[in-house]
Every structure is written in structure tokens, then in C-alpha cells.
Design a protein around this ligand. Structure first.
Ligand code: NAP
Length: 549
């Protein structure tokens, strides 16, 4: 296959009635899309990226709500493909906020001259596989048609925000905003009566950040969440130099751990330790001020109910100690799921916020939301007057970004319709019936949820790039996984998932946050090393299990 020149002029501005032909089209200019663009360009391919946003950054472009910040330390929340980039970017903090992440992505885009191949402010509406041309025919919201041999979705796992269907939603006369569509010019919350619905990783960040500036803050909580206190030092030259000196080891380590962080889990089985040793170890992990106690502690936490209960109680104790009113503490301490079976956020003063006079908690299990009114939110206990309602209500994870696009595979089959019944992928990388479509952060790969996203996404980009390089070199024009390969990956995935407590817990990890979504653990849970080995084996065997033509 040869690289076909694009015919579309003026990338970067909205297009009307234009058509283009490229080798590869990437949807999304976030972490994955930028790296995928850089990688495919190196192969000499003609590549385009389309993004609905007005700039690069993906999740960090959209999630610019107050307090938005990473939960993975900066030294592992970055690209590894360029030594020059590693040398010239200075991380300011251990956990960086959205402004610093966005600045990093803008720097990467400029440094590698990526923008010339990115069309911003354009949303992909549909993608139809044309079997005779062996190309995807893609249409965008700006009226452009793009023919692409390879279509790569770099949508991120959490790009389709969920707005719950509350009655009276459109009636509210104040400001109602979802955190993932936060206005870039900001929202003036000073002195306002604000309500936040949702206490996941996002809600926690918003709540702890805005509490001091608002007149009153009402938190509408359905499920109490665990959270670990973040320790977030700022970095000076000395810390940065030490970080850089460790990069060679860090770069190796991230591939070897279960979730793509750079710390190995505890080596002793939990119950092989004495109660005193267990306590001391948990205290040490807790004092790290990171997600270590979850992702690099005792991995039996995910599978063994007794371990889960003991560690959960350890964390509950920590939470109780932060809240002065014991009745309130009882509502804020999670009782219906184990620590780590849902996504654990880091927090920065979250639980202390409830000791403030201007903050109150509405427990939606006791008094559910009845409706949104013109002036606030009515629960079964009465109306609460509000000026601003913030929806921190999450995402249609893993699938929502893909099903928002009308994707038609062989014989016109619709991904949206098929996934209403059962969501299927092969290793989260390809889907039977959708040739030459490559997915990243899709279900049944660690990148869907249970991984330090930058590590897992870089692995997926590398696999896709090597795969496309192989196809081009071999003169192949079509690739899709065989139906049996997909079935056997799903069977393997399900077998592993069934051994975990995560799969038995209601959360976005299992699709339970979306009414009617087929229930299945979204993330592959065999660990990153096993997943990488499975991906490598496919390559070693000449893409065995995939049909190449
Ligand atoms: P989420 O974890 O799905 O939380 C959504 C919250 O909204 C939950 O508390 C949920 O309650 C509540 N909710 C949803 N529908 C509701 C309804 N109809 N009525 C009342 N409450 C409702 O979403 P998120 O907080 O946006 O986080 C999603 C993921 O994004 C995180 O797990 C994380 O992976 C990522 N994230 C990362 C960071 C970071 O790195 N620091 C920050 C933010 C987000 P239930 O729990 O009862 O469903």
C-alpha cells in the first residue's frame, strides 16, 4: 500500500463539503491520538486526526472543572517515545492539575509539529466500511468526507458524559453544568448556592475545591466513596533531576506491574503476615499519599473477601477520624462495597469539607431526587434552593464514545445496535465485522479502566502501529479478528473477571451506571504483563487468529 496524499486543504479550521483520502484517520487528539499520529507519520503514512475540541488534550481539554487533577504521578503520566521530550519538559508537581496536563499536550503537539494534521472543532458523525474499496468512509459534523484505509479510535474511555434523566431537567433557571463540559471561561461560583450531584473521583475534586468559595454547598450523594489523601509536593530542580535520573528504571518498571504504575505490589500474601505486620504495612502504604495502597499493595484485595474487608475497615477508620459529626461520618463511610472494587480517588481535604458550616450532605438513599425545579432540586424531603447545579455524574465508559458514532461494518452491520445486545472486542484492539478499525481504551483491555492510562495506551498505540506496518509491508489491505478469536478472548476475560470482587460490584467498571447497558467487567483484569504477552503472542504468530487479506 502506498501513502495517498490528502486532498483537504486548511486543516485546523472547520471544513464544508470537502473530501479527503488518507491512509489513516485517527479520531481524538488526546494522549492516545497524538502519539498515534506521531507513530504512523514515522511509517511514512498520510495521517489525519479529527477532534471535536478546539485544541489538543482530550480528557484534559474537556475536564477543566475546578480541582481537575491527575491521580497518577506526573513521572508516569507522560510519553516515553522521545528522550528529548523527557529532557525538556519540567513537571511542576507530583500530581498535576488540568492546566499543567493541557500545557504538556500543547507542548507535545507543537514540538512534533502535530497540529498540521489535526482538524479541530469537527466531530466524526459516521464511519462506513466500504468493502469494495477496502476503506472507511467517514463523515464529520463540518461536512467533510474522509476515506481512510485504517480507522483508529482514540476517544479515551471516559469521553461520553452521562446526564441522568432527572425530571424537570430543562426547567432550572440557574446554571446547570456537567463537569466534563465545563465552560472554558469558567463558572462564577463565588457566593452562590451550589449543588453537586455525584461523589466519584470528579465530584470529590470539585467538592473539596469549591467549598471555601461558595455561599453554600449541598452534596447529593448516592454512594459513599473511599478516597486516599493525596500528598502532592511541588517539584524544584533537585526533585526533577532525581526524577530524570530514574527515568530509565521507571520506563522499564511500568511495563512489569499489574496496572502500569512503577511500583511493585507487596510480595507477601496478606494473611501470611501477623496482624501487627499487616497494620504496619497498610500504614506505610497509606502514608505514601498515593494510590499505592490500592494498585501496589496486596493484590488479593481484588479477589479475597476477607482481605477486602480488613483493608476496607482500615480505610473506613481513617475516614471516620476526619469527620466530627459521627452521624455524618456514618453516611460518608462506604458500607456497600469493598475498598478498591470501584475506582479509588485521591482526595485533598475532601472529608474535612463536611466539617464546614456551609456544606451539607443529602443522602439520596434516604431522600432520593424527585425532580429539578426552576429554583433548585426537590428530594423526597423537600426542595433545596440552588443557583448552580453541578453534575459530576460520570460517563458511559468504554463504549459511549464509540456508540456516539454511527459505525457500520461489513454488510452494513451497526456497532451501536450490536453493542446494545452484547459488547464484543478482541483484546480491546479490534472488533470482528469491522475490518481495519483499531480501537484504543475499548472494553476488555486494561486500558479500558484498570491501568495507569498512559502506560496502557502507549502499549496499544505501539501494537496498532506495528500491526499497520506489517499490513503495509505485506501489501495487505484488510484485517479483522476471526469470530472464534473474539469469542475465546471474551471467554478468557470472563473467566478472570469472575474471580474478582470488582466484577461483582456495581460501578462504571461493570456498566452498572448506565441503565440497560450489558453488564460485563469493562477492563481486562489479568494485569498488564499478561495482556502484553497475549498481544505479543498474536504478533509472534503472524497475527494468528486474525484474518488478513
Ligand atoms: P463516576 O465515578 O461514575 O461517579 C459518578 C457519580 O455520580 C457517582 O457518585 C454516582 O453515584 C453519581 N450519580 C450518577 N447518576 C446519578 C443519579 N441519577 N443520581 C444520583 N447520583 C448519580 O464518575 P466520575 O466521578 O466522573 O469519575 C469517572 C472516572 O473518571 C473515575 O473513576 C476516574 O477513572 C476518572 N477520573 C479521574 C480523575 C483523576 O485522575 N484524578 C478525576 C476524575 C475522574 P453511584 O456511585 O451511586 O452510581
Amino acid at each position: 500500500m502506498s501513502a495517498v496524499p490528502a486532498t483537504a486543504p486548511g486543516h485546523g479550521s472547520p471544513a464544508v463539503n470537502r473530501s479527503a483520502t488518507v491512509d489513516a484517520l485517527i479520531i481524538g487528539a488526546g494522549f492516545t491520538g497524538l502519539y498515534q499520529l506521531w507513530s504512523l507519520r514515522k511509517l511514512g503514512l498520510n495521517v489525519r486526526v479529527v477532534d471535536a475540541a478546539s485544541d489538543v488534550g482530550g480528557t484534559w481539554y474537556w475536564n477543566c472543572y475546578p480541582g481537575a487533577r491527575t491521580d497518577s504521578p506526573s513521572h508516569i503520566y507522560q510519553y516515553w517515545f522521545s528522550d528529548e521530550l523527557l529532557a525538556d519538559w519540567d513537571w511542576k508537581q507530583r500530581y498535576v492539575d488540568h492546566t499543567e496536563s493541557s500545557a504538556y499536550f500543547r507542548h507535545v503537539a507543537d514540538r512534533f509539529d502535530l497540529r498540521r494534521d489535526i482538524t479541530f472543532n469537527s466531530r466524526v458523525d459516521s464511519a462506513r466500511w466500504d468493502e469494495s474499496a477496502r476503506r472507511w468512509q467517514v463523515t464529520t459534523s463540518t461536512g467533510e468526507t474522509i476515506a481512510a484505509r485504517f480507522l483508529i479510535t482514540a476517544l479515551g474511555p471516559l469521553s461520553a458524559p452521562v446526564v441522568p434523566p432527572f425530571k424537570g431537567h430543562d426547567r432550572f433557571k440557574g446554571r446547570l453544568v456537567h463537569t466534563a463540559r465545563w465552560p472554558r471561561e469558567g463558572v462564577d461560583l463565588k457566593g452562590k448556592r451550589v449543588g453537586v450531584i455525584g461523589t466519584g473521583a470528579t465530584g470529590i475534586q470539585v467538592i473539596q475545591t469549591i467549598a471555601p468559595e461558595v455561599a453554600s454547598l449541598t452534596v447529593f450523594q448516592r454512594t459513599a466513596n473511599y478516597a486516599v489523601p493525596m500528598i502532592n509536593p511541588t517539584y524544584g530542580e533537585a526533585e526533577r533531576a532525581a526524577m530524570r535520573a530514574r527515568y530509565p528504571q521507571t520506563r522499564e518498571a511500568i511495563w512489569t506491574t499489574f496496572v502500569g504504575f512503577d511500583e511493585a505490589a507487596e510480595s507477601s500474601p496478606y494473611f501470611s503476615l501477623t496482624p501487627e505486620q499487616r497494620r504496619a504495612t497498610l500504614e506505610r502504604l497509606w502514608a505514601d499519599g498515593s494510590l499505592r495502597i490500592w494498585v501496589a499493595g496486596f493484590m488479593e484485595l481484588l479477589t479475597d473477601a476477607a482481605v477486602s474487608e480488613e483493608i476496607s475497615e482500615f480505610v473506613r477508620e481513617k475516614i471516620r477520624a476526619r469527620i466530627r459529626d459521627p452521624k455524618l461520618a456514618a453516611k460518608l463511610v462506604p458500607a456497600d462495597h469493598g475498598f478498591g472494587t470501584r475506582r479509588v480517588p485521591l482526595e485533598n481535604g475532601y472529608f474535612d469539607v463536611y466539617n464546614r458550616d456551609n456544606v451539607s450532605l443529602v443522602d439520596l438513599r434516604e431522600t432520593p431526587i424527585v425532580e429539578i425545579t426552576e429554583t433548585g432540586i426537590r428530594t423526597s424531603a423537600g426542595e433545596i434552593a440552588l443557583d448552580v447545579i453541578i453534575l459530576a455524574t460520570g460517563f458511559d465508559a468504554g463504549t459511549g464514545g464509540l456508540t456516539a458514532i454511527d459505525i457500520r461494518g461489513t454488510g452494513g452491520r451497526s456497532l451501536r445496535s450490536e453493542w446494545k445486545g452484547e459488547v464484543r472486542t478482541t483484546m480491546g484492539l479490534q472488533i470482528h465485522g469491522y475490518p481495519n478499525l483499531f480501537t484504543t481504551s475499548a472494553p476488555y483491555a486494561p486500558a479500558a479502566a484498570f491501568c495507569n492510562a498512559p502506560t496502557c495506551l502507549q502499549h496499544q498505540v505501539q501494537w496498532i502501529t506495528e500491526c499497520i506496518e506489517h499490513l503495509v509491508k505485506e501489501g495487505r489491505t484488510r484485517m479483522e479478528p476471526a469470530a472464534e478469536t473474539e469469542a475465546s478472548w471474551l471467554a478468557h476475560h470472563d473467566e478472570l473477571a469472575a474471580q474478582t470482587l470488582v466484577a461483582k460490584t456495581r460501578s462504571w467498571y461493570t456498566g452498572a451506571n448506565i441503565e440497560g447497558k450489558p453488564s460485563r467487567l469493562l477492563s481486562y483484569i489479568g494485569g498488564l504483563p499478561a495482556y502484553r504477552e497475549a498481544c505479543s503472542e498474536v504478533q509472534r504468530k503472524g497475527y494468528a487468529g486474525f484474518e488478513l487479506a
